[in-house]
Design a protein around this ligand. Sequence first.
Ligand SMILES: *[C@@H]1O[C@H](CO)[C@@H](O)[C@H](O)[C@H]1NC(C)=O
Ligand SMILES: *[C@@H]1O[C@H](CO)[C@@H](O)[C@H](O)[C@H]1NC(C)=O
Ligand SMILES: *[C@@H]1O[C@H](CO)[C@@H](O)[C@H](O)[C@H]1NC(C)=O
Ligand SMILES: *[C@@H]1O[C@H](CO)[C@@H](O)[C@H](O)[C@H]1NC(C)=O
Ligand SMILES: *[C@@H]1O[C@H](CO)[C@@H](O)[C@H](O)[C@H]1NC(C)=O
Ligand SMILES: *[C@@H]1O[C@H](CO)[C@@H](O)[C@H](O)[C@H]1NC(C)=O
Ligand SMILES: *[C@@H]1O[C@H](CO)[C@@H](O)[C@H](O)[C@H]1NC(C)=O
Length: 270
Amino acid sequence: MSASRLLISIIIMVSASGSSCMDGKQMTQIYSKMSAEGNISQPVLMDTNAMLCCPPIEFRNLIVIVWEIIIRGQPSCTKAYRKETNETKETNCTDERITWVSTPDQNLDLQIYPVAITHDGYYRCIMATTDGSFHRGYHLQVLVTPEVTLFQSRNRTAVCKAVAGKPAAQISWIPEGFATKHEYWGNGTVTVESMCHWGGHNASTVTCHVSHLTGNKSLYIKLNSGLRTSGSPALDLLIILYVKLSLFVVILVTTGFVFFQRINYVRKSL
Ligand SMILES: *[C@@H]1O[C@H](CO)[C@@H](O)[C@H](O)[C@H]1NC(C)=O
Ligand SMILES: *[C@@H]1O[C@H](CO)[C@@H](O)[C@H](O)[C@H]1NC(C)=O
Ligand SMILES: *[C@@H]1O[C@H](CO)[C@@H](O)[C@H](O)[C@H]1NC(C)=O
Ligand SMILES: *[C@@H]1O[C@H](CO)[C@@H](O)[C@H](O)[C@H]1NC(C)=O
Ligand SMILES: *[C@@H]1O[C@H](CO)[C@@H](O)[C@H](O)[C@H]1NC(C)=O
Ligand SMILES: *[C@@H]1O[C@H](CO)[C@@H](O)[C@H](O)[C@H]1NC(C)=O
Ligand SMILES: *[C@@H]1O[C@H](CO)[C@@H](O)[C@H](O)[C@H]1NC(C)=O
C-alpha cells in the first residue's frame, strides 16, 4: 500500500457570510405590517460580530424598549431604555460581549462581539410605542466550521473527518459506500468520521464531500491508475522481450555493417 502516491486537493467553495441586519430588515417590514410576533432563526459564525435588529419604528413614537436575552444555564438578562428620561437599565446581564450597538438614542440594535459558542439562545426585542407594541425574537445558533481532513488508510480505505463542527457536518462519498460515526463534545460541537472502501470499484479518484452550514468542502485522493498498480505480468514480459529484441537487432545490424565494410576493404585491396 505504501507504494501508492497520494494527491490531495481541497476545494473550498463558500465562506460563510457574516450576519447583518440587512436581510432582517426586509423581513421586518413584513412583520411590522402584520404587527405580529415573529421568531427568526439566526445562524452566526463563531468569533464574528452579530447584530440583532429591532423592528423599524418611528423613533419619536418610542416609549420604551427592552432586549430580553435567554441563554441556557444563565439567569435571563434584560437591557431596557426609556426614551423620555434617556435612561438605560440592565438586569442580570454579566456578558460584556453583548451590548447596545451604540447608545440607544442612536441605535436600538443589539450587538454580540465576538460571538462565542455559549451565545446560543433566544434574544427578543420588545418595544412599546405610541402606535402599539412590537416584538421580534431571534433563535441564535452559533456555527463552528469543522476542520476537514481526508487520508488513505490500509486496505483500499479512505477516512474523511470533519472535526468539532457545529452543527454536525454531513459527509458523502464518490464512489458510494461508507460507514459514519459521530462524536459529541461537551461544548456542543460534533466530530464526524466517515470511511469509504473502494475495493469493489476500480475508481481512479475517491472524493469526500463535506457539507456544512458554514460552507461545503470537497477533498479527493487520486489513486494510481492503470498498468503499474493493476500489474499485468504478461505485458511487462512483452515489454522486456521487445526491448531485448530491439537491442539484439541493433547489435546484429552493427556487426553486419562492420563485417560488410571489412569484406569491401579486403576486396578493394585485392
Ligand atoms: C418565539 O420563541 C419563544 C422562545 O422559544 C417562544 O416562547 C415563542 O412562543 C415563540 N413565538 C412564536 C411566534 O413562535
Ligand atoms: C434575574 O435573575 C434572577 C435569578 O436567576 C431571576 O429570578 C430574575 O427573574 C432575573 N431578572 C430578570 C429581570 O430577568
Ligand atoms: C442620552 O444619553 C446618552 C448617554 O447615555 C448621551 O450621549 C445622549 O446625548 C443623551 N441623549 C439625549 C437626547 O439627551
Ligand atoms: C481488507 O479488506 C478485505 C475485504 O473487505 C477483508 O476481507 C480483509 O480482512 C481486510 N484486511 C485487513 C487487514 O483489514
Ligand atoms: C470543543 O471541544 C472539542 C473537544 O474537546 C475541541 O476540540 C474544540 O476545539 C472545542 N471547540 C470550541 C469552539 O470550543
Ligand atoms: C473498470 O472501469 C472501466 C471503465 O470505467 C469499466 O469499463 C470496467 O468494466 C471496470 N471494471 C471493473 C472490474 O469494475
Ligand atoms: C452544500 O452541500 C449541500 C448538500 O450537498 C447542498 O444542498 C448545499 O446547497 C451546498 N451549499 C453550498 C453553499 O454550496
